[in-house]
Design a protein around this ligand. Sequence first.
Ligand code: PMP
Length: 340
Amino acid sequence: MRIRTGLVDAIGNTPLIRLVGPSEATGCTILGKAEFMNPGQSVKDRAALWMIQDAVERGELQPGGVIVEGTAGNTGIGLALVANALGFRTVIVIPDTQSDEKKQMLRLAGAELVEVPAVPYKDPNNYVKLSGRLAEQLAKTEPAGAIWANQFDNVANRQAHIDATGPEIWRDLDGKVDGFVSAVGTGGTLAGTGIALKERDPNVKIALADPPGAALYSYYTTGELKAEGSSITEGIGQGRITANLEGAPVDFAYQIPDAESVQVVFDLLEHEGLCLGGSSGVNVAGAVRLARELGPGHTIVTVLCDYGTRYQSKLFNPDFLRSKDLPVPVWLERPGTVDL
Ligand code: PMP
């Protein structure tokens, strides 16, 4: 076993896992890149590390400096862990709609949390805009400096996927990849991995998988940013073209209803032992759609974004699912203990 020299070196180089059910259903090889195996249990460890390293290289962050971010959770967890390992502090602004599990993990990782009401991006009190203003204030008062990570428009985020995620996929498959599918939060994963794969082979098809309530499915199919409906998935669902999304090479776009994506999450847990969050369900459902589009015999890669325990109170809670008119798997309602 190769020794990883600390947390930073343990980020990335995640395995590709063949997803049996989706592969058999389509006659394709559908592979999930296991980003939940990163130390912070999500794909966002990569963006966190790249954004911090970029700020250090640009001289904006000195030892003991503060990293401020508005995040739905996973980026904050990645930032807080990397900050601990490299000697920085984190202040995280989070909308109060996010799961308690993510907030608890953030506190555990030593982040200072600022919880704010969830309001749309155009509102000046939106969590992203608030985090920018807070960073500006702290930059004036903190002796070792403060930066706004700004994951949506800081392209060091997608650079993580241009430098690492895409090349890892290419290397592990010896270039035998026909398609890549991803949902979008900031767009870093979709655009960065898409750019890296297209650079190596322009024939690789890149597809967006979008939840209801996001505007990108409409954008990539009609050219108009238009959002309808809503979704229970967290960490994805974008309403604008972020700097990270600019120039993303998108060939196909699919909109995945919650009933379809949560079923995929339940099937992967029940039949394949993979415990995943909702965005992974959107991604795998998107990979199945692309497989049907391309036909049997193709190799399609998607992202298993984060681990399911982060969503026990929502995605894996029968009462919550019923309140959203979503299917409740039988096994989720079984009593947890056996009387002997
Ligand atoms: N899934 C989850 C659970 C996430 O937290 C995020 C990031 N917000 C994504 C997917 C999307 O990743 P990206 O920001 O690279 O578009």
